[in-house]
Every structure is written in C-alpha cells, then in structure tokens.
Design a protein around this ligand. Structure first.
Ligand code: PLP
Length: 438
C-alpha cells in the first residue's frame, strides 16, 4: 500500500529506473525539467495517479501540485474522463480521417473563446509553430517579436530567452537553432512597452507578429502590468502585425471563460490564440485558432501548409471534451479556494521562517518567488534565491508533496484536491520553510 513519505523514504526503485533510463534516453527523461537537475535528488518514477495523489514505484504517495504541468485540472483518472477515453479507445485508436469528437471539441473551444475556427494539433509546440507560420503567411513578413521569459514550446524561432526549462539550465539559447532562424526573432523584456515601440519603430514593416503568453507562467507567474496588453494590441494594429496570445497554459485553467485575456478586456483580443494542456485532458491535443478569414489561409483552403497524422486523435479529443465539459464554475471556485489556502499558508510559514518571498497569481495558478520584490520581468525572476527554493522543494518532497522541480514554474491544483490533500500540504510547509531559511 502507498504511504506518506518521510525524510528516509525509499527511492531505490526510482533510482534504479533512472539508471536504466539513462542508458536508453538522454538524461534518463523525455523532457529536461523532469530530471530534477535544478533541485537535486532522484526524480520519482510514478506508477499510478488518482485524484490529487501520485504513487511512485517505491510505494510513496505524494500530493501532486504539478498536475502534469496543467492538464489534470479535474484530478487524475477522473471517472468521467476515464469513461470517455475507454469508450473512445474501444471504438478505435486513430483513423487518419475525420471523426465526430474533433468537431465537438473544436465547437467547445469556439463556444468559450473569441476564436471562430480552430485547427487541432498534438502539442502546444505544434500550436505555436503553426500559428507563427500562419502569421507569416498572412502578412508576408518574417520577423517575430517574443518576450524574454515567455516559453512557447521548443520551436526554433521561439527558443530565445524561453524561461522555465531553459532558465533552469541557465542556457541563454539552444544549440542547434540556426542563426538564420534566431535572427528573425526579436526578444524584448516583458512588461516594457517602450521597448516594443522602439522595436516597431525600427523594424515595423518586417514584423509578422508579436507572440506573448496570455499571462506568463513559464518564468513563474508574471501578470501583465496594467496597460501592457492594450499597448501590444495598439502597436501591432498600427503596424499591420498580428498579435498571438499563447493560452496553452492559461486556457481553460484560469477561468470559466476559457481564456485569460477575458479577465482583462475583450477589446484587447488577439488575432490568433493557441491552446493546449487542459483541452487535451492529459492526452496529446492542442489547438490554434482565430477568425474564419485568417484561418482560411490554411491548407486545404489556403496556401499555408499544416498537417498531422494524429491531429484530432479520437481518444485525445474524447479526453479533452470530457475534461472541458467537467470544468464547471464550481470547479473554478474550488481551484481558487484550494490555491488560496495553500499559497496563504506557504507565505505565512515562509514569513515565520524569515524567508523573503513573493506570491503572484493568474487565476488559480500561482508562483512563490524566493525574493521579496514583485517580479515583472525575466531578469526579476532570475534574481530570486534558487538555492532556497531547492531546499524548500526537497523538504516538501520528503514530506509527500510533489512541487514543480524548478523555481521558474507555476504551482497547479485540481478539482480533486480535497481536505486530506490540502492538510498534507499544510503539514509539510513549516519544516520546508525552515529548510529554505537555512
Ligand atoms: N506555450 C506555453 C505557454 C506553454 O506553457 C507550453 C508548455 O509548457 C507550450 C507552449 C508548449 O506546449 P507543449 O509542451 O505541449 O509542446
């Protein structure tokens, strides 16, 4: 039976699997941050997950505050999603020709967000890569503006100053991105309208689009300062560039309206949106969308090519549809309340332990930065005490709470985080806060 870990929790099986994995997979992991390099220790190999709980191969049980980096908004193995997936899988895994759930999932996204049409893809990376191609195809321009600390997946043109995973490894850029590709990307500080205006004054006629996270969550949660989003909309319109709002992380997570921007003002609506994570319910499904006119530039109607063997996969779309249908106003109210309880308690214990910190929010998504000043830019985020975070992370893990293994990430809760799960988090915080202060 699974047990709540203690500081001397067994990790032999996870360690042995990591060893085996290293022989056959670079670093032993299929996505770099999973390797725990920033925090040290052994990444836990998970055997099963249900509700808010993860159980590892050594039998330790953890409260999950990663939620697969966002998708598991209803909790793990939610009965409705499991039923939908089981039913879909029983009728076939992939057809390579249209199926009903694709229409229903696209309809659900169109109904909740400003987009008139979406194209389904298999990952957030594909969504932003395709949105970028569409923006370039529609404008006939090549340059792209992105903001330091925003992550839009591992698209060549968007990997510069890309936050989280890249920040964790202190790599300014990725090797293998050709100079020709990077030179089309203009990286600006987030929340800095003057820098944006200066870039457009110099390159305005060559800029196809500005891409921004609706609310950055990949350098930790860094909300746009008042006026920044309005400025993005105004400057892009003035220069005939498109605005792409990346809602892969925030979409359907931060509010019932489905898109983060709705919380600010519909008047700053972007031209293109990207979605992922929650809309796939834990399966590979993502999307990009915009007006019917803009989307008509895509093949087969238009000249911008985009395709995918598994796009609109029947099992993934069934999971996404069941998940979005389960995202009721009550679910969002519960997420808000659980997140507040956990964040308030974390802040209280860190204060008691004398550890400088700041908590920042996007709906129920939040980050605890280990510095006492607000974080408005990537440089701000990088100036936090990552050593304090590592000690905090390790102490939480040893007491049965699985946080994101990087100081540059948001914490995620789910509809399944009940009293028992929250209690386990609250019980772990005092010792972790003391560890952070040591
Ligand atoms: N865009 C944002 C805002 C993200 O947070 C992510 C992933 O974390 C992506 C794009 C890339 O999505 P994926 O990992 O599904 O390729």
């Amino acid at each position: 039976p699974a047990t709540t870990p203690t500081p001397d929790q067994p990790t032999e099986r996870s360690a042995a699997l990591l060893e085996q994995a290293r022989a056959v997979t670079p670093g032993g992991v299929n996505s770099p941050v999973r390797a725990f390099r920033a925090v040290g220790g052994t990444p836990r190999f998970i055997r099963s997950a249900t509700g808010p709980w993860l159980t590892d191969v050594d039998g330790n049980r953890y409260v999950d505050l990663v939620c697969s980096w966002g998708p598991m908004i209803l909790g793990h193995t939610h009965p409705d999603v499991l039923a939908a997936v089981t039913d879909a899988a029983g009728r076939g895994f992939s057809f390579g020709t249209p199926s009903e759930n694709e229409v229903a999932l696209a309809g659900e996204i169109v109904a909740r967000t400003p987009v008139e049409q979406v194209r389904l893809v298999s990952s957030g990376t594909e969504a932003t890569m395709s949105a970028l191609r569409l923006a370039r195809g529609a404008t006939g321009r090549s340059k792209v503006v992105k903001f330091a600390g925003c992550y839009h997946g591992h698209v060549d043109a968007l990997l510069a100053s890309a936050g989280s995973g890249v920040a964790t490894f202190a790599l300014p850029d990725s090797a293998g991105v050709p100079e020709s590709s990077a030179s089309e990307t203009i990286v600006l500080p987030y929340n800095d309208l003057a820098a944006l205006e200066a870039a457009f004054a110099e390159h305005g006629e060559q800029i196809a689009c500005v891409i921004t996270e609706a609310c950055p969550g990949n350098m930790g949660v860094v909300p746009p300062v008042p006026g920044f989003e309005e400025g993005l909309r105004r400057v892009t319109r003035e220069h005939g560039a498109l605005l792409i709002s990346d809602e892969v992380m925030t979409g359907f997570r931060c509010s019932p309206s489905g898109w983060f921007g709705a919380e600010a003002s519909a008047s700053i609506e972007a031209d293109l949106f990207t979605f992922g994570k929650v809309m796939g319910g834990g399966f590979p499904a993502a999307a990009f969308g915009g007006s019917a006119e803009l989307m008509s530039r895509l093949a087969p109607d238009g000249p911008v090519y985009q395709a995918g063997t598994l796009s609109g996969n029947p099992v993934a779309t069934a999971a996404g549809l069941a998940t979005l249908r389960g995202c009721t106003p009550e679910v969002y109210a519960h997420l808000d309340s659980v997140a507040r309880t956990i964040a308030d308690a974390a802040s209280r214990e860190l204060t008691t332990a004398g550890v400088p910190h700041t908590v920042q929010w996007a709906g129920s998504m939040f980050s605890v930065f280990f510095r006492d000043q607000p974080v408005r830019t990537y440089d701000d985020a990088k100036s936090q005490d990552t050593g304090a975070f590592s000690r905090f992370f390790t102490a939480m893990l040893q007491q049965g709470v699985h946080l994101p293994p990087s100081a540059f990430e948001a914490w995620f809760v789910s509809a399944a985080h009940d009293e028992a799960a929250v209690e386990q988090v609250l019980a772990a915080l005092p010792a972790a806060a003391r560890a952070a202060g040591n």
